[in-house]
Write a protein that binds this ligand. Structure first.
Ligand code: NAD
Length: 471
Protein backbone atom coordinates (compact mmCIF):
# COMPACT_ATOMS: atom_id res chain seq x y z
CA UNK A 1 0.00 0.00 0.00
CA UNK A 2 1.44 3.40 -1.07
CA UNK A 3 2.30 5.61 1.92
CA UNK A 4 0.58 9.03 1.59
CA UNK A 5 1.44 10.93 4.75
CA UNK A 6 0.14 14.34 5.72
CA UNK A 7 2.46 16.90 4.18
CA UNK A 8 2.56 19.41 7.08
CA UNK A 9 3.41 16.53 9.42
CA UNK A 10 6.35 15.64 7.17
CA UNK A 11 7.70 19.20 7.27
CA UNK A 12 7.32 19.20 11.06
CA UNK A 13 9.23 15.94 11.35
CA UNK A 14 12.13 17.55 9.55
CA UNK A 15 11.77 20.53 11.92
CA UNK A 16 11.84 18.24 15.00
CA UNK A 17 14.89 16.42 13.72
CA UNK A 18 16.84 19.69 13.49
CA UNK A 19 15.86 20.85 17.02
CA UNK A 20 18.82 19.23 18.80
CA UNK A 21 21.14 21.45 16.74
CA UNK A 22 19.62 24.55 18.39
CA UNK A 23 19.50 26.04 21.83
CA UNK A 24 16.17 27.86 22.18
CA UNK A 25 13.23 27.48 24.59
CA UNK A 26 10.81 24.71 23.59
CA UNK A 27 7.86 27.16 23.66
CA UNK A 28 9.50 29.44 21.13
CA UNK A 29 10.25 26.52 18.82
CA UNK A 30 6.59 25.43 19.10
CA UNK A 31 5.50 28.92 18.08
CA UNK A 32 7.83 28.86 15.06
CA UNK A 33 6.44 25.48 14.01
CA UNK A 34 2.76 26.44 14.32
CA UNK A 35 0.87 27.90 11.37
CA UNK A 36 -0.39 31.40 12.28
CA UNK A 37 -3.52 31.40 10.11
CA UNK A 38 -5.22 29.52 7.28
CA UNK A 39 -8.06 31.10 5.31
CA UNK A 40 -10.45 28.83 3.46
CA UNK A 41 -12.29 30.72 0.74
CA UNK A 42 -15.26 29.53 -1.28
CA UNK A 43 -16.97 31.55 -3.96
CA UNK A 44 -19.27 31.00 -6.92
CA UNK A 45 -18.19 30.78 -10.55
CA UNK A 46 -20.67 31.25 -13.38
CA UNK A 47 -19.47 28.83 -16.04
CA UNK A 48 -19.68 29.57 -19.75
CA UNK A 49 -22.76 27.34 -20.07
CA UNK A 50 -24.60 29.39 -17.40
CA UNK A 51 -24.35 26.85 -14.56
CA UNK A 52 -22.95 27.92 -11.17
CA UNK A 53 -20.10 26.08 -9.47
CA UNK A 54 -18.54 26.56 -6.03
CA UNK A 55 -14.78 27.08 -6.14
CA UNK A 56 -12.60 26.38 -3.08
CA UNK A 57 -9.28 28.06 -2.35
CA UNK A 58 -6.89 28.70 0.55
CA UNK A 59 -4.26 31.15 1.71
CA UNK A 60 -2.04 30.09 4.61
CA UNK A 61 0.14 32.46 6.63
CA UNK A 62 2.58 30.19 8.39
CA UNK A 63 4.79 32.79 10.02
CA UNK A 64 4.39 36.55 10.22
CA UNK A 65 7.65 37.09 12.12
CA UNK A 66 8.50 39.23 9.08
CA UNK A 67 6.13 41.13 6.84
CA UNK A 68 5.11 40.84 4.11
CA UNK A 69 4.58 37.10 4.05
CA UNK A 70 5.45 35.58 0.71
CA UNK A 71 4.53 32.45 -1.19
CA UNK A 72 3.14 31.31 -4.51
CA UNK A 73 -0.31 29.99 -5.24
CA UNK A 74 -1.10 26.88 -7.23
CA UNK A 75 -3.94 25.62 -9.35
CA UNK A 76 -4.46 21.93 -8.74
CA UNK A 77 -7.34 19.62 -8.07
CA UNK A 78 -5.24 17.99 -5.32
CA UNK A 79 -5.05 21.23 -3.28
CA UNK A 80 -5.95 20.93 0.39
CA UNK A 81 -5.55 22.83 3.64
CA UNK A 82 -2.78 20.43 4.67
CA UNK A 83 -0.89 21.06 1.44
CA UNK A 84 -0.99 24.88 1.59
CA UNK A 85 -0.07 24.84 5.29
CA UNK A 86 2.96 22.63 4.65
CA UNK A 87 4.03 24.72 1.66
CA UNK A 88 3.63 27.93 3.69
CA UNK A 89 5.86 26.45 6.40
CA UNK A 90 8.49 25.58 3.80
CA UNK A 91 8.32 29.20 2.61
CA UNK A 92 9.04 30.45 6.13
CA UNK A 93 12.15 28.28 6.37
CA UNK A 94 13.22 28.93 2.77
CA UNK A 95 13.08 32.72 3.15
CA UNK A 96 14.91 32.59 6.49
CA UNK A 97 17.60 30.27 5.14
CA UNK A 98 18.27 32.45 2.09
CA UNK A 99 18.11 35.77 3.99
CA UNK A 100 14.99 36.93 2.18
CA UNK A 101 13.18 39.28 4.56
CA UNK A 102 9.69 37.73 4.30
CA UNK A 103 7.46 35.50 6.39
CA UNK A 104 6.02 32.33 4.87
CA UNK A 105 2.71 31.93 3.03
CA UNK A 106 1.11 29.81 0.32
CA UNK A 107 -2.15 29.69 -1.59
CA UNK A 108 -4.09 27.32 -3.78
CA UNK A 109 -7.27 27.05 -5.81
CA UNK A 110 -8.71 23.56 -6.07
CA UNK A 111 -9.41 23.17 -9.78
CA UNK A 112 -8.30 21.04 -12.72
CA UNK A 113 -7.07 23.90 -14.88
CA UNK A 114 -7.62 22.15 -18.20
CA UNK A 115 -11.35 21.79 -17.47
CA UNK A 116 -11.93 25.57 -17.63
CA UNK A 117 -11.98 28.05 -20.51
CA UNK A 118 -9.63 31.02 -20.43
CA UNK A 119 -12.57 33.30 -19.56
CA UNK A 120 -13.61 31.06 -16.66
CA UNK A 121 -10.04 30.92 -15.33
CA UNK A 122 -9.82 34.71 -15.46
CA UNK A 123 -13.06 35.02 -13.45
CA UNK A 124 -11.73 32.50 -10.89
CA UNK A 125 -8.40 34.30 -10.43
CA UNK A 126 -9.97 37.76 -10.22
CA UNK A 127 -12.54 36.60 -7.66
CA UNK A 128 -9.88 34.76 -5.61
CA UNK A 129 -7.85 38.00 -5.57
CA UNK A 130 -10.93 39.98 -4.50
CA UNK A 131 -11.46 37.51 -1.63
CA UNK A 132 -7.79 37.95 -0.59
CA UNK A 133 -8.19 41.75 -0.61
CA UNK A 134 -11.28 41.44 1.64
CA UNK A 135 -9.17 39.58 4.23
CA UNK A 136 -6.04 41.77 4.01
CA UNK A 137 -4.27 38.72 2.52
CA UNK A 138 -2.62 40.54 -0.35
CA UNK A 139 -0.63 43.78 -0.57
CA UNK A 140 3.02 44.84 -0.87
CA UNK A 141 3.39 45.16 2.90
CA UNK A 142 1.22 42.25 4.06
CA UNK A 143 1.22 39.28 1.70
CA UNK A 144 2.77 38.95 -1.75
CA UNK A 145 1.61 35.92 -3.80
CA UNK A 146 3.60 34.65 -6.79
CA UNK A 147 3.49 31.74 -9.25
CA UNK A 148 3.51 28.08 -8.35
CA UNK A 149 2.25 24.91 -10.05
CA UNK A 150 -0.18 25.61 -12.89
CA UNK A 151 0.27 29.40 -12.63
CA UNK A 152 1.95 31.35 -15.43
CA UNK A 153 2.45 35.06 -16.11
CA UNK A 154 -1.11 35.17 -17.52
CA UNK A 155 -2.75 34.28 -14.18
CA UNK A 156 -0.33 36.53 -12.30
CA UNK A 157 -1.20 39.46 -14.62
CA UNK A 158 -4.93 38.97 -13.84
CA UNK A 159 -4.19 38.90 -10.11
CA UNK A 160 -1.99 41.99 -10.22
CA UNK A 161 -4.47 43.91 -12.36
CA UNK A 162 -7.34 43.07 -9.98
CA UNK A 163 -5.29 44.19 -6.98
CA UNK A 164 -4.23 47.45 -8.70
CA UNK A 165 -7.85 48.26 -9.60
CA UNK A 166 -9.04 47.66 -6.04
CA UNK A 167 -6.13 49.47 -4.39
CA UNK A 168 -7.22 52.88 -5.71
CA UNK A 169 -3.89 54.45 -6.54
CA UNK A 170 -1.69 52.82 -3.87
CA UNK A 171 1.81 53.90 -4.89
CA UNK A 172 3.48 50.48 -4.80
CA UNK A 173 0.47 48.38 -5.78
CA UNK A 174 2.56 46.48 -8.35
CA UNK A 175 4.57 45.06 -5.44
CA UNK A 176 1.51 43.07 -4.29
CA UNK A 177 2.20 40.15 -6.64
CA UNK A 178 5.41 38.80 -8.20
CA UNK A 179 6.03 36.83 -11.36
CA UNK A 180 4.34 39.52 -13.46
CA UNK A 181 4.91 39.92 -17.20
CA UNK A 182 7.66 42.39 -18.04
CA UNK A 183 5.35 45.11 -19.34
CA UNK A 184 3.33 44.99 -16.12
CA UNK A 185 6.07 45.48 -13.54
CA UNK A 186 7.84 42.12 -13.79
CA UNK A 187 11.58 41.63 -13.62
CA UNK A 188 13.77 40.03 -16.26
CA UNK A 189 14.80 36.49 -15.34
CA UNK A 190 11.87 35.69 -13.02
CA UNK A 191 10.20 33.09 -15.27
CA UNK A 192 13.27 30.86 -15.36
CA UNK A 193 14.58 31.83 -11.89
CA UNK A 194 13.62 28.67 -9.99
CA UNK A 195 15.10 26.38 -12.66
CA UNK A 196 18.21 28.56 -12.86
CA UNK A 197 18.57 28.38 -9.08
CA UNK A 198 18.27 24.58 -9.26
CA UNK A 199 21.06 24.60 -11.86
CA UNK A 200 23.32 26.78 -9.66
CA UNK A 201 22.61 24.60 -6.62
CA UNK A 202 23.43 21.32 -8.38
CA UNK A 203 26.51 22.84 -10.02
CA UNK A 204 27.74 23.88 -6.57
CA UNK A 205 27.00 20.49 -5.01
CA UNK A 206 28.98 18.56 -7.62
CA UNK A 207 31.96 20.91 -7.36
CA UNK A 208 33.24 19.47 -4.04
CA UNK A 209 35.75 16.69 -4.68
CA UNK A 210 35.45 15.23 -1.19
CA UNK A 211 31.65 14.87 -1.53
CA UNK A 212 31.82 13.46 -5.06
CA UNK A 213 34.55 10.97 -4.07
CA UNK A 214 32.26 9.68 -1.33
CA UNK A 215 29.52 9.12 -3.92
CA UNK A 216 31.89 7.56 -6.45
CA UNK A 217 31.27 10.41 -8.90
CA UNK A 218 33.63 12.79 -10.67
CA UNK A 219 33.38 16.52 -9.95
CA UNK A 220 31.59 18.86 -12.37
CA UNK A 221 28.42 18.58 -14.39
CA UNK A 222 29.92 17.33 -17.64
CA UNK A 223 28.67 13.82 -18.47
CA UNK A 224 26.41 13.46 -15.41
CA UNK A 225 23.22 11.50 -16.18
CA UNK A 226 20.00 13.12 -14.97
CA UNK A 227 16.36 12.02 -14.72
CA UNK A 228 13.77 14.81 -14.39
CA UNK A 229 10.23 14.30 -13.12
CA UNK A 230 7.99 17.13 -14.39
CA UNK A 231 9.07 19.16 -17.40
CA UNK A 232 7.13 22.28 -16.39
CA UNK A 233 8.52 25.70 -15.53
CA UNK A 234 11.10 24.49 -13.00
CA UNK A 235 12.04 21.15 -14.58
CA UNK A 236 12.39 22.54 -18.10
CA UNK A 237 14.63 25.49 -17.25
CA UNK A 238 16.79 23.40 -14.90
CA UNK A 239 17.15 20.70 -17.57
CA UNK A 240 17.90 23.24 -20.31
CA UNK A 241 20.67 24.95 -18.30
CA UNK A 242 22.21 21.70 -17.03
CA UNK A 243 22.37 20.40 -20.60
CA UNK A 244 24.36 23.49 -21.61
CA UNK A 245 27.03 22.38 -19.12
CA UNK A 246 27.29 18.89 -20.59
CA UNK A 247 24.71 17.02 -18.51
CA UNK A 248 22.86 14.18 -20.25
CA UNK A 249 19.15 14.24 -19.46
CA UNK A 250 18.56 10.51 -19.85
CA UNK A 251 15.01 10.33 -18.49
CA UNK A 252 11.94 12.60 -18.44
CA UNK A 253 8.73 11.76 -16.58
CA UNK A 254 5.52 13.60 -17.22
CA UNK A 255 1.81 13.22 -16.39
CA UNK A 256 1.22 10.89 -19.32
CA UNK A 257 4.30 8.67 -18.86
CA UNK A 258 8.05 8.73 -19.21
CA UNK A 259 10.88 8.17 -21.69
CA UNK A 260 14.47 7.05 -21.11
CA UNK A 261 17.48 7.09 -23.42
CA UNK A 262 20.97 6.41 -21.99
CA UNK A 263 22.44 8.47 -24.85
CA UNK A 264 20.52 11.57 -23.70
CA UNK A 265 17.20 13.19 -24.65
CA UNK A 266 16.67 16.56 -26.33
CA UNK A 267 15.03 18.58 -23.52
CA UNK A 268 14.05 21.39 -25.89
CA UNK A 269 12.38 18.98 -28.31
CA UNK A 270 10.43 17.20 -25.56
CA UNK A 271 9.30 20.52 -24.09
CA UNK A 272 8.17 21.96 -27.46
CA UNK A 273 6.38 18.72 -28.33
CA UNK A 274 4.39 18.87 -25.08
CA UNK A 275 3.76 22.60 -25.43
CA UNK A 276 2.16 21.86 -28.78
CA UNK A 277 -0.21 19.39 -27.14
CA UNK A 278 1.70 16.18 -27.92
CA UNK A 279 2.23 13.30 -25.50
CA UNK A 280 5.71 12.43 -24.29
CA UNK A 281 4.98 8.83 -25.30
CA UNK A 282 4.81 9.82 -28.99
CA UNK A 283 8.55 10.56 -28.95
CA UNK A 284 11.20 7.98 -29.92
CA UNK A 285 13.06 6.44 -26.97
CA UNK A 286 14.47 2.98 -26.22
CA UNK A 287 12.62 2.76 -22.90
CA UNK A 288 9.16 4.05 -21.97
CA UNK A 289 6.69 3.84 -19.09
CA UNK A 290 2.98 4.57 -19.41
CA UNK A 291 0.83 6.71 -17.13
CA UNK A 292 0.19 3.94 -14.60
CA UNK A 293 3.85 2.89 -14.33
CA UNK A 294 5.42 6.36 -14.29
CA UNK A 295 6.63 6.13 -10.63
CA UNK A 296 8.98 3.34 -11.83
CA UNK A 297 10.83 5.99 -13.85
CA UNK A 298 12.15 7.50 -10.60
CA UNK A 299 14.18 4.31 -10.24
CA UNK A 300 15.85 4.54 -13.65
CA UNK A 301 19.69 4.46 -13.64
CA UNK A 302 21.15 7.97 -13.34
CA UNK A 303 23.55 10.05 -11.24
CA UNK A 304 21.10 12.82 -10.32
CA UNK A 305 17.35 12.51 -9.88
CA UNK A 306 15.46 15.82 -10.06
CA UNK A 307 11.88 15.56 -8.84
CA UNK A 308 10.32 18.77 -10.22
CA UNK A 309 6.60 18.04 -10.10
CA UNK A 310 4.82 16.93 -6.93
CA UNK A 311 5.25 16.28 -3.22
CA UNK A 312 5.63 12.85 -1.57
CA UNK A 313 6.82 11.04 -4.69
CA UNK A 314 9.76 9.36 -2.92
CA UNK A 315 8.36 7.33 -0.04
CA UNK A 316 9.66 4.47 2.08
CA UNK A 317 8.50 1.92 -0.56
CA UNK A 318 10.57 3.23 -3.47
CA UNK A 319 13.45 4.93 -1.58
CA UNK A 320 15.48 1.69 -1.37
CA UNK A 321 15.24 1.30 -5.16
CA UNK A 322 16.29 4.83 -6.18
CA UNK A 323 19.52 4.42 -8.17
CA UNK A 324 20.56 8.08 -8.25
CA UNK A 325 23.50 9.12 -6.05
CA UNK A 326 22.09 12.64 -5.74
CA UNK A 327 18.43 13.57 -5.22
CA UNK A 328 18.04 17.26 -6.11
CA UNK A 329 14.67 18.44 -4.79
CA UNK A 330 13.42 21.00 -7.29
CA UNK A 331 9.80 20.37 -6.25
CA UNK A 332 8.53 21.18 -2.78
CA UNK A 333 8.37 18.19 -0.44
CA UNK A 334 9.11 15.37 -2.92
CA UNK A 335 10.71 13.15 -0.24
CA UNK A 336 8.82 11.93 2.83
CA UNK A 337 10.64 12.00 6.15
CA UNK A 338 10.89 8.17 6.22
CA UNK A 339 12.25 8.10 2.70
CA UNK A 340 14.74 10.84 3.59
CA UNK A 341 16.12 8.61 6.36
CA UNK A 342 16.42 5.63 4.04
CA UNK A 343 18.24 7.68 1.39
CA UNK A 344 20.57 9.09 4.03
CA UNK A 345 21.43 5.60 5.32
CA UNK A 346 22.14 4.58 1.73
CA UNK A 347 24.57 7.51 1.39
CA UNK A 348 22.51 9.39 -1.20
CA UNK A 349 23.24 13.13 -1.22
CA UNK A 350 19.92 14.94 -0.79
CA UNK A 351 19.87 18.61 -1.80
CA UNK A 352 16.78 19.82 0.07
CA UNK A 353 13.88 21.73 -1.45
CA UNK A 354 14.02 24.64 0.99
CA UNK A 355 17.45 25.45 -0.38
CA UNK A 356 17.36 24.18 -3.96
CA UNK A 357 14.16 25.74 -5.26
CA UNK A 358 14.69 29.08 -3.48
CA UNK A 359 15.68 30.78 -6.75
CA UNK A 360 12.05 31.66 -7.45
CA UNK A 361 11.46 33.54 -4.22
CA UNK A 362 14.91 35.13 -4.46
CA UNK A 363 14.10 36.74 -7.80
CA UNK A 364 10.56 37.52 -6.61
CA UNK A 365 12.25 39.48 -3.82
CA UNK A 366 14.24 41.41 -6.48
CA UNK A 367 10.99 42.06 -8.39
CA UNK A 368 9.32 43.37 -5.20
CA UNK A 369 12.29 45.70 -4.57
CA UNK A 370 12.00 46.97 -8.17
CA UNK A 371 8.27 47.63 -7.70
CA UNK A 372 8.83 49.48 -4.42
CA UNK A 373 11.70 51.56 -5.79
CA UNK A 374 9.96 52.22 -9.14
CA UNK A 375 13.17 51.91 -11.11
CA UNK A 376 14.58 49.15 -13.32
CA UNK A 377 17.79 47.52 -12.02
CA UNK A 378 20.79 48.94 -13.85
CA UNK A 379 18.97 52.00 -15.20
CA UNK A 380 21.05 54.49 -13.23
CA UNK A 381 24.48 52.94 -13.53
CA UNK A 382 24.59 50.95 -16.76
CA UNK A 383 25.98 53.68 -19.03
CA UNK A 384 28.32 54.96 -16.35
CA UNK A 385 29.74 51.44 -15.92
CA UNK A 386 30.13 51.01 -19.67
CA UNK A 387 31.98 54.35 -19.93
CA UNK A 388 34.29 53.44 -17.00
CA UNK A 389 35.08 50.08 -18.56
CA UNK A 390 35.81 51.84 -21.82
CA UNK A 391 38.22 54.28 -20.14
CA UNK A 392 39.94 51.37 -18.38
CA UNK A 393 40.45 49.51 -21.67
CA UNK A 394 41.85 52.65 -23.32
CA UNK A 395 44.26 53.08 -20.37
CA UNK A 396 45.41 49.44 -20.74
CA UNK A 397 45.93 50.06 -24.47
CA UNK A 398 48.11 53.05 -23.80
CA UNK A 399 50.19 51.28 -21.10
CA UNK A 400 50.67 48.09 -23.16
CA UNK A 401 50.96 49.98 -26.47
CA UNK A 402 48.63 47.38 -27.94
CA UNK A 403 45.19 48.09 -29.43
CA UNK A 404 42.19 45.87 -28.66
CA UNK A 405 40.04 45.08 -31.67
CA UNK A 406 36.62 46.73 -31.82
CA UNK A 407 34.83 43.46 -31.04
CA UNK A 408 36.76 43.03 -27.79
CA UNK A 409 36.04 46.60 -26.74
CA UNK A 410 32.33 46.14 -27.49
CA UNK A 411 32.29 42.91 -25.50
CA UNK A 412 34.14 44.24 -22.44
CA UNK A 413 32.98 47.84 -22.25
CA UNK A 414 29.40 47.11 -21.26
CA UNK A 415 27.39 47.92 -18.16
CA UNK A 416 25.22 45.34 -16.43
CA UNK A 417 21.63 45.02 -17.67
CA UNK A 418 18.70 44.19 -15.42
CA UNK A 419 18.92 40.53 -16.43
CA UNK A 420 22.68 40.42 -15.71
CA UNK A 421 22.12 41.88 -12.25
CA UNK A 422 19.20 39.58 -11.44
CA UNK A 423 21.07 36.46 -12.54
CA UNK A 424 24.18 37.56 -10.68
CA UNK A 425 22.19 38.21 -7.48
CA UNK A 426 20.57 34.80 -7.87
CA UNK A 427 23.91 33.06 -8.40
CA UNK A 428 25.40 34.77 -5.35
CA UNK A 429 22.41 33.77 -3.21
CA UNK A 430 22.46 30.13 -4.34
CA UNK A 431 26.24 29.70 -4.08
CA UNK A 432 26.52 31.38 -0.66
CA UNK A 433 23.48 29.41 0.55
CA UNK A 434 25.03 26.09 -0.43
CA UNK A 435 28.28 26.90 1.32
CA UNK A 436 26.46 27.87 4.56
CA UNK A 437 24.38 24.70 4.57
CA UNK A 438 27.27 22.39 3.65
CA UNK A 439 29.53 23.98 6.25
CA UNK A 440 27.04 23.44 9.10
CA UNK A 441 26.31 19.89 7.88
CA UNK A 442 30.02 19.10 8.01
CA UNK A 443 30.56 20.70 11.41
CA UNK A 444 27.62 18.86 12.96
CA UNK A 445 28.11 15.60 11.06
CA UNK A 446 24.60 15.71 9.65
CA UNK A 447 22.79 15.90 6.30
CA UNK A 448 22.16 19.00 4.20
CA UNK A 449 18.43 19.04 5.00
CA UNK A 450 18.96 18.94 8.74
CA UNK A 451 21.53 21.72 8.46
CA UNK A 452 19.26 23.84 6.23
CA UNK A 453 16.36 23.52 8.69
CA UNK A 454 18.63 24.35 11.63
CA UNK A 455 19.95 27.52 9.97
CA UNK A 456 16.43 28.65 9.04
CA UNK A 457 14.99 27.89 12.49
CA UNK A 458 17.86 29.71 14.18
CA UNK A 459 17.20 32.84 12.11
CA UNK A 460 13.45 32.84 12.82
CA UNK A 461 14.10 32.24 16.54
CA UNK A 462 16.60 35.09 16.65
CA UNK A 463 14.12 37.39 14.96
CA UNK A 464 11.52 36.58 17.66
CA UNK A 465 14.05 36.92 20.48
CA UNK A 466 15.40 40.26 19.28
CA UNK A 467 11.99 41.85 18.94
CA UNK A 468 10.17 40.10 21.76
CA UNK A 469 6.74 38.51 21.55
CA UNK A 470 3.74 40.81 21.31
CA UNK A 471 1.64 40.28 24.47
P1 NAD B 1 4.42 23.51 -13.53
O1 NAD B 1 2.96 23.36 -13.43
O2 NAD B 1 4.99 24.53 -14.46
O3 NAD B 1 5.11 22.12 -13.89
C1 NAD B 1 4.83 20.90 -13.25
C2 NAD B 1 5.05 19.80 -14.28
O4 NAD B 1 4.88 18.54 -13.64
C3 NAD B 1 4.02 19.88 -15.41
O5 NAD B 1 4.69 19.77 -16.65
C4 NAD B 1 3.12 18.68 -15.14
O6 NAD B 1 2.55 18.14 -16.33
C5 NAD B 1 4.09 17.72 -14.47
N1 NAD B 1 3.42 16.69 -13.67
C6 NAD B 1 2.28 16.78 -12.95
N2 NAD B 1 1.99 15.60 -12.36
C7 NAD B 1 2.98 14.76 -12.70
C8 NAD B 1 3.28 13.40 -12.39
N3 NAD B 1 2.46 12.67 -11.62
N4 NAD B 1 4.40 12.85 -12.89
C9 NAD B 1 5.24 13.56 -13.68
N5 NAD B 1 5.01 14.85 -14.02
C10 NAD B 1 3.90 15.44 -13.53
O7 NAD B 1 4.91 23.76 -12.03
P2 NAD B 1 6.28 24.38 -11.55
O8 NAD B 1 6.07 25.81 -11.30
O9 NAD B 1 7.38 23.91 -12.44
O10 NAD B 1 6.41 23.68 -10.10
C11 NAD B 1 6.94 22.37 -9.96
C12 NAD B 1 7.39 22.18 -8.52
O11 NAD B 1 8.34 23.21 -8.19
C13 NAD B 1 6.27 22.32 -7.47
O12 NAD B 1 6.54 21.46 -6.39
C14 NAD B 1 6.39 23.75 -7.02
O13 NAD B 1 5.86 23.96 -5.72
C15 NAD B 1 7.90 23.91 -7.04
N6 NAD B 1 8.34 25.31 -7.11
C16 NAD B 1 7.98 26.12 -8.13
C17 NAD B 1 8.43 27.44 -8.14
C18 NAD B 1 8.14 28.37 -9.30
O14 NAD B 1 8.71 29.48 -9.31
N7 NAD B 1 7.33 28.01 -10.27
C19 NAD B 1 9.21 27.93 -7.09
C20 NAD B 1 9.58 27.06 -6.06
C21 NAD B 1 9.13 25.75 -6.08
Amino acid sequence: MRELPLFFEQVNRYFDRAKPLLDHPEGLLKQIKACNAVYHLSFPLRRDDGTIEVIHGWRAHHSQHRLPVKGGFRLTVHASEDEVTALAALMTYKCALMDIPFGGAKGAIKIEKDDYSSGELERIIRRYTFELVQRNCIGPGVDVPGPDMGVSTREIAWMSDTYCQLSRGEESALGAVTGKPLGSGGVRGRVEATGRGVYFGIREAVSFREDMDRLGLSTGLDGKRVVIQGLGNVGYHAGRLLTQDGVLVVGILERDGGIYDPKGLDVEEVYRHRENGGSILELEAPRKVGREDRPAGLEWPCDILIPAALENVIGKENAPRIQAKIVAEAANGPTTANAGEILEERGVLQIPDLYLNAGGVTVSYFEWIKNLSHVRFGRLERRFQAASNHRMLRAIESITERDFDVGTIDELAVGASEEDLVNSGLEETMVAGYHDVRELARRKGTGLRNAAFAIAMEKVATSYEERGIFP
